[in-house]
Design a protein around this ligand. Structure first.
Ligand code: SAM
Length: 342
């Protein structure tokens, strides 16, 4: 199914007050997830009533408006994007922008639990690469981190994705006392299967009922420990995201580090984030946001929407300022990662 809209006057590209061009949109298509990772959500999360969600047609219209305004890379995330009912209809609809060359990349970040079902269709829609979040290969630890997930299902999903020809990158959050001793094993496992691995610092987003200092493991420490075991050569490789990569000489594979706390990377930020209710966040780490649902629903044409987006981009902040230390143990933001889309 394709959702189409009447063309409007050609809108201007999105350039923020710091001269950064916005070319990357991340869309949280649902706040719901079939896991409850301890660093991401509280066990008793309250989710949005389904009636508050934008329809798939509205999400398509919003994404398409951003593409007209210069977005070249679009990532679906969540919550868990593959648990949103009818999600493949949206992927199929958005794939028309790949075919007509107005979009360079359509991708998604997933926990992998539903991937075995959807991998073939994702590949058929022109998706080339996906990120799968996986913090441990140990079944018991996996169940403890996700509160009930089954690692075997995720591993089957990854295998199905690779069989379908998708490139898979693994994302693992470094958790003190939980998976720190397993990181070398994750490196060898991922690289042995021709997958890049990126390690992420835990960020202080949302109240998850645990003390952040207990979870927080600076990646400077992870890297120093890995460097005792492997030769890590800095490389220029970039995927348009904040990860900085090294080549692990012994495995030949790429290892990325995302360090929002120990090294701030905002100067090259090219992205904005849209939630499933049509709220636009100009920064993952700040409260300021713009409501796009009202202008979306106010008129058939997109001019009001474009004007609202332009105004929002003038408010994109220079950067976030996450801190986790003994004096800052409360969340920097009340919003969970599942709302804005990690
Ligand atoms: N459900 C999908 C998944 O698991 O990849 C997409 C959404 S999830 C919020 C995206 C990523 O954010 C996952 O890799 C997850 O581990 C990460 N994440 C969630 N909360 C985080 C936090 N507080 N700090 C760092 N990463 C976090």
């Amino acid at each position: 199914m394709e959702f189409e809209r009447a063309a409007s006057v050609h809108p201007a590209p999105m350039i923020d007050p710091f001269g950064r061009t916005i070319s990357y949109l991340r869309v949280s298509v649902t706040d719901r997830c079939d896991f409850r990772c301890v660093y991401c959500m509280a066990e008793d999360m309250t989710f949005l009533p389904k009636a508050d969600l934008l329809t798939l047609e509205e999400l398509d219209r919003l994404c398409s408006a951003f593409i007209v305004k210069g977005v070249r890379k679009l990532r679906l995330t969540g919550g868990e994007p593959l648990v949103r009912r009818g999600i493949m209809t949206l992927v199929q609809a958005l794939s028309r922008h790949l075919r007509d060359g107005t979009l360079d990349e359509l991708t998604l970040t997933t926990n992998g639990s539903q991937l075995a079902k959807h991998a073939g269709e994702l590949a058929a829609c022109g998706v080339k690469r996906i990120n799968v979040s996986l913090d441990t290969l140990d079944a018991d630890k996996f169940r403890a981190i996700t509160r009930w997930g089954e690692v075997d299902k995720v591993l089957a999903g990854i295998a199905a994705a690779q069989d379908a020809g998708l490139r898979v990158k693994i994302n693992a959050v470094a958790l003190k006392g939980v998976n720190d001793d397993e990181i070398p094993h994750l490196v060898e496992w991922a690289h042995g299967r021709d997958m890049d691995l990126t390690i992420i610092e835990v960020m202080p987003l949302g109240d998850v009922g645990e003390q952040r200092l207990d979870q927080y493991l600076p990646l400077s420490m992870v890297r120093a420990r890995l460097a005792q075991r492997y030769t890590l050569d800095d490389i220029d490789y970039r995927t348009g995201g904040p990860a900085r990569y090294v080549r692990v000489k012994e495995t030949g594979g790429r290892l990325g580090f995302i360090t929002p706390l120990t090294h701030n990377f905002c100067e090259s930020c090219n992205r904005v984030r849209l939630t499933c209710t049509g709220t636009l966040y100009m920064c993952l780490g700040q409260e300021d946001a713009a409501d796009l649902r009202t202008p979306l629903r106010a008129s058939e044409g997109n001019d009001l929407l474009y004007a609202t987006i332009d105004e929002a981009i003038t408010r994109k902040p220079k950067g976030h300022d996450f801190v986790i230390d003994r004096r800052h143990q409360r969340p920097a933001l009340a919003r969970h990662m599942s709302v804005t889309g990690g």
